[in-house]
Write a protein that binds this ligand. Structure first.
Ligand SMILES: [Zn+2]
Ligand SMILES: [Zn+2]
Length: 279
């Protein structure tokens, strides 16, 4: 299995493993610091050692990190862009210290400066981040966005144009969020429709760039451009999309992560449903 959830690290980073195992996860996503704050206590060697040890003893194959929501790598103002850049650099170092291979970021908001400018800013940020951390293993995944406000990274074409311009191919990729692409207008409600969307992804970005999938149903309808996650089967997407994904052979090695609402109780329900959908 390659299915899991975004797990809390309350009480200590290594605490995520116990919670994940209880839910039957084999892959997880975490925040390595509070997602609503700029600063965090550094990860000490001891903390990193405990985390890696606990991970190696667990049934968890992949741990992925998600960056803080405050970070906007497409920010048009230099002061704020630099603040986001420094925070992202810190997040990359934190994730790498824990042995995490991928850090997910949203491509950010251009805040009225235009899509082209926004794409230029994020490409510049990621190119420099990867250049400044050449000795690290951890890479960056750009997540597909719902298209709320001035957010970029909503179409596969936009993501492809970012990825193409960043020249550290082995340390960049894409995280596909089902709720976000649905809100952005990609219909994935049946296996046939999802196949079509994947063909489009394959032609524009390339399937080998797909390194993680977020499994979320959507409270808002197709093309609404509003980002509201729902529990699996309770939203506008419906279960067929998820049955298709969890049974798709070429995706068996791609971590699939729930970010559905309702906390651990609801994750448990969603995990049970996903296991049922798997044939
Ligand atoms: Zn995200
Ligand atoms: Zn997501």
């Amino acid at each position: 299995m390659n299915i899991g959830a975004h797990i809390s690290t309350a009480g200590g980073l290594e605490k995520c493993f116990e919670r994940a195992e209880k839910l039957g996860c084999s892959v997880i996503q975490i925040f390595t610091k509070s997602p609503s704050q700029w600063k965090a206590k550094p990860i000490t060697d001891n903390v990193a050692y405990d985390f890696r040890k606990r991970w190696s003893e667990s049934a968890i194959s992949h741990v992925i990190a998600h960056n803080a929501y405050l970070i906007n790598l497409a920010h048009p103002q230099d002061y704020e862009w630099n603040k986001s850049f420094d925070a992202m650099l810190d997040e990359l170092n934190r994730a790498d210290k824990l042995g995490i291979k991928w850090l997910i970021t949203h491509s950010g908001n251009h805040l009225g400066s235009g899509e082209t400018n926004g794409i230029e800013r994020i490409v510049d940020a990621i190119t420099r981040l990867l250049y400044d951390t050449q000795d690290l293993q951890c890479g960056i995944l750009i997540e597909t966005t719902a298209g709320q406000g001035s957010s970029i990274g909503t179409t596969f074409e936009q993501l492809a144009s970012m990825i193409e311009k960043i020249d550290c191919a082995e340390r960049t990729g894409v995280c596909l969020d089902t709720a976000h692409i649905f809100a952005a207008g990609y219909d994935i409600r049946t296996s046939g429709k999802f196949e079509k969307v994947l063909r489009k992804f394959s032609r524009t970005i390339g399937l080998k760039k797909l390194k993680a999938i977020h499994l979320n149903d959507s409270k808002k309808p197709l093309g609404s451009r509003i980002d509201r996650h729902a529990n699996i089967g309770d939203g506008e997407i419906g279960v067929e999309c998820f049955r298709f994904l969890v049974n798709r052979k070429p995706f068996m090695r791609i971590p699939m992560i729930l970010e559905t609402p309702g906390g651990e109780k609801m994750f448990e329900k969603d995990m049970i449903l996903l296991r049922k959908l798997k044939t």
